[in-house]
Design a binder for this molecule. Structure first.
Ligand code: ZN
Length: 404
């Protein structure tokens, strides 16, 4: 058995500096649509990771396309991805991923970090996912201090758009899945410290329902009420809940109409779908087709569909169970009893699994109440989770563990 104590103790010694770095990172607003803020985070990460010896590149991603309230297609620019690669020819190649964006926009009132108690910080992105970026740095730094590092090559992707489905960075995730053997993603662990096993898939859809405007009093019979037609679609789609095991659908956004004396000619309706198996996607599309046809068959109405499934479900298959067992063993060596539990949430781990790369995707800090102003993380988990990932890397590098 190789002795990894020196590297693990070194991680412990770095914890105070990482707490300070986390305060800095979390106070840079990097809402997904704040491209300058996301780029500022990339700048700091580049300064932190390049000294490990990796080559860095900034990669522009496609703008984010969404449907505006007037039904038009809107494009919003995003920050660039930052990719680092080290020893790309090594026998075992591991992909590390963490997103730089948060759900808090530049004008959100939630911008500052504060201590809740001795161990917990509250702040935007402290858990999701800025703490995880530093866990990643601790683990990779520990690997680079090991005499066995040459066995492992690594690729890091810091993406700018995970919170809005990673459509821009999806091609980069697919590339990485194709040339690495394992994936480690730094989403936060659950509040109790446990990790995710299977994840549901997800899709976002927009329906643009068009009718015909008319005077509500003088000639309402000439009008085609787009809100009324959209309401039928909302109700019918909502009624799909419970019709297929493991599939849920959430109508989440409706906009239409204006002056009350006008028959409205436009209504935009958006919804999210969660799936448990690949076949759910076809099923949903069939239902959607039928419902759209029913409205379109009527005189004066049209329905346009945009969007689609962005993340397939992630199954906890044999390879994922084997990786989880390896991480569970590393946890036990560090006095951590880690359970793997399924979740309805999804993340970039879904994308990697869909491209055949086994991964564990919430190796970041321990935290909770993410996507709310109560978001918190445990400072002690920076070193704790840094050591967990480091031990996995050190054992793989020294040959105590193998992956094929
Ligand atoms: Zn996240």
């Amino acid at each position: 058995m190789a002795d990894h104590r020196a590297e693990l103790q070194w991680i412990e010694s770095q914890a105070p500096a990482m707490r300070d770095e986390l305060l800095q990172l979390a106070q840079i607003n990097s809402g997904s649509f704040n491209a300058a803020g996301v780029d500022a985070v990339a700048e700091r990460l580049e300064a932190l990771f390049v000294p490990l010896g990796a080559c860095a590149e900034r990669i522009a991603v496609e703008p984010f396309r969404s449907t505006a309230d007037d039904g038009s297609l809107r494009e919003r620019p995003l920050g660039s991805a930052l990719r680092l690669r080290m020893r790309p020819q090594a026998p075992l190649r591991i992909f590390f991923c963490g997103h730089m964006d948060t759900v808090y926009a530049a004008d959100s009132p939630f911008q500052a970090v504060r201590a809740l108690d001795e161990d917990r910080l509250n702040g935007p992105g402290v858990a999701d996912l800025k703490g995880g970026l530093l866990v990643m740095w601790l683990a990779l730094s520990a690997l680079e201090r090991s005499p066995h590092r040459e066995r492992i090559g690594w690729e890091v992707l810091f993406n700018p758009d995970e919170e809005i489905d990673s459509r821009g960075s999806a091609p980069l995730l697919a590339q990485a899945a194709g040339r690495n053997h394992l994936g480690l993603i730094y989403e936060p662990a659950y509040a109790d410290g446990n990790l995710a096993s299977s994840r549901k898939g997800s899709g976002n859809f927009d329906l643009i329902v068009k009718g015909r405007a008319a005077h509500a009093g003088r000639n309402p019979e000439d009008g085609r009420n787009a809100i009324a037609a959209a309401a039928e679609l909302v109700t019918a789609l909502n009624a799909l809940n419970g019709q297929r095991e493991g599939l849920t659908l959430n109508p989440g956004y409706v906009r239409g109409g204006g002056a009350l004396n006008i028959v409205p000619d436009l209504c935009v309706f958006k919804f999210n779908v969660r799936t448990s198996q690949a076949a759910d996607e076809c099923w949903l599309h069939e239902q959607l087709d039928q419902l759209m046809k029913r409205v379109q068959a009527r005189d004066g109405y049209s329905v346009e569909l945009r969007g689609g499934f962005t993340r397939p479900p992630k199954a906890f298959d044999e390879r994922h169970q084997r990786l989880a067992a390896m991480i569970g063993d590393c946890g036990r060596a560090l006095d951590l009893d880690l359970q793997f539990k399924p979740t309805g949430g999804c993340c970039d781990g879904n994308n990697l699994a869909a491209h055949g790369l086994a991964n564990v995707d919430n190796l970041g800090v321990v935290g909770g109440e993410i996507h709310s102003e109560r978001e918190w993380m445990r400072v002690s988990s920076l070193a704790e989770r840094g050591k967990l990932s480091a031990l996995l890397l050190l054992r793989l590098a020294s040959g105590e563990l193998s992956w094929s």
